[in-house]
Write a protein that binds this ligand. Structure first.
Ligand SMILES: Nc1ncnc2c1ncn2[C@@H]1O[C@H](COP(=O)(O)OP(=O)(O)OP(=O)(O)O)[C@@H](O)[C@H]1O
Ligand SMILES: [Mg+2]
Length: 294
């Protein structure tokens, strides 16, 4: 299998000094041609940053991002524009359609931006409506379409310039589970048929199960790469790890409570230690609350 996307030691920092946030902290990842990769991870773990960096919408602070044998962090602004327009199809949680334009005009836009003549752009857009099964909705405005239909128009828009890579950031986040499933089935059959690579961020494990691989991201690094059939055991072993740590920290809190009563530690030491433990406990408990999101 040929790698299409390769990230090496990618770091993305935001801000500076004590306000600095490390959104990506030395992330490594490979996506091979034709693969469907689901990315799962808690809120704030760096999923959107990862897609933005791959899509050339954000430049890493350090490390390299190579797509289709080209290192994109070395590209000029104009090559990056070209890259975003022709190599990548983006699908977001909100459909990013222009409300005042009909569905077909929305799909024609990226084609016209890429220099395709209006007549050809129209023909290609009609073809794309067939691909997403919405031939009879082309002249509707987005507000006259259901959410699932709007997302299918957004998929047609993403496919317009025939990109080799589709990046989807929670594309079903706004949809009910049945519509979500049908939208993902559309994306999946299109990428299989047209041999595209798909990197899709989701919180929904039933969607992630459709992928070839699930990459789990935590604190800005990919911590594991598993097959969908291993998802349940990965979730339960992580839950178990969290539960054990929570028990340990509760024990430690009891211990320092006892120590301060006996005078083994003074009040300020106690407050400091307790503060750290309680904070850690909160983080672990909120992680556990996101069970299944892994
Ligand atoms: N433009 C920015 N400026 C400052 N901090 C940012 C910026 N973009 C992202 N971050 C921070 O980087 C971290 C990763 O954010 P990111 O949006 O990639 O997370 P995510 O995994 O997509 O989360 P969610 O599941 O909530 O969408 C977070 O701490 C976030 O607050
Ligand atoms: Mg996000």
């Amino acid at each position: 299998m040929k790698p299409l996307v390769e990230l090496k030691n990618v770091v993305r920092l935001y801000g500076s000094g004590s306000n600095q946030i490390q959104a990506l902290r030395g992330l490594n990842m490979v996506a091979n041609e034709g693969e469907f990769i689901a990315v799962m991870g808690p809120s704030g773990s760096g999923k959107s940053t990862l897609l933005n960096v791959i899509g050339g919408m954000d430049i890493p602070t350090a490390g390299t991002v190579t797509v289709d044998n080209v290192t994109i962090n070395d590209m000029s602004e104009s090559s990056l524009d070209d890259y975003r327009l022709n190599k990548i199809g983006f699908v977001f949680q909100s459909y990013n359609l222009i409300p005042s334009l009909t569905a077909i005009r929305n799909v024609e836009l990226p084609l016209l931006a890429a220099g395709v003549r209006p007549r050809q752009a129209h023909e290609r857009a009609v073809e794309l409506f067939q691909v997403v099964g919405l031939e009879n909705r082309m002249s509707h405005r987005p507000s006259d379409l259901s959410q699932g239909e709007q997302q299918r128009v957004a998929i047609a828009t993403a496919l317009a310039n025939n990109p080799s890579l589709i990046l989807a950031d929670e594309p079903t986040g706004n949809l009910d589970s049945k519509t979500a499933e049908s939208v993902v089935n559309y994306i999946q059959s299109i990428i299989r048929e047209h041999k595209k690579t798909l990197i899709l961020v989701t919180h929904d494990s039933s969607i992630a199960r459709k992928a070839d691989w699930i990459h789990i991201i935590r604190d800005g690094v990919i911590v594991s790469r598993i097959r969908p059939s291993d998802l349940d055991s990965a979730v339960s072993s992580y839950d178990e790890f969290l539960s054990v740590r929570i028990d340990q920290i509760n024990d430690e809190i009891q211990l320092i409570d006892a120590k301060v009563k006996q005078g083994d530690i003074d009040g300020s030491q106690y407050m400091e230690l307790r503060g750290v433990l309680v904070k850690t406990l909160e983080v672990l408990q909120s992680e556990l609350a996101k069970r299944g999101h892994i």
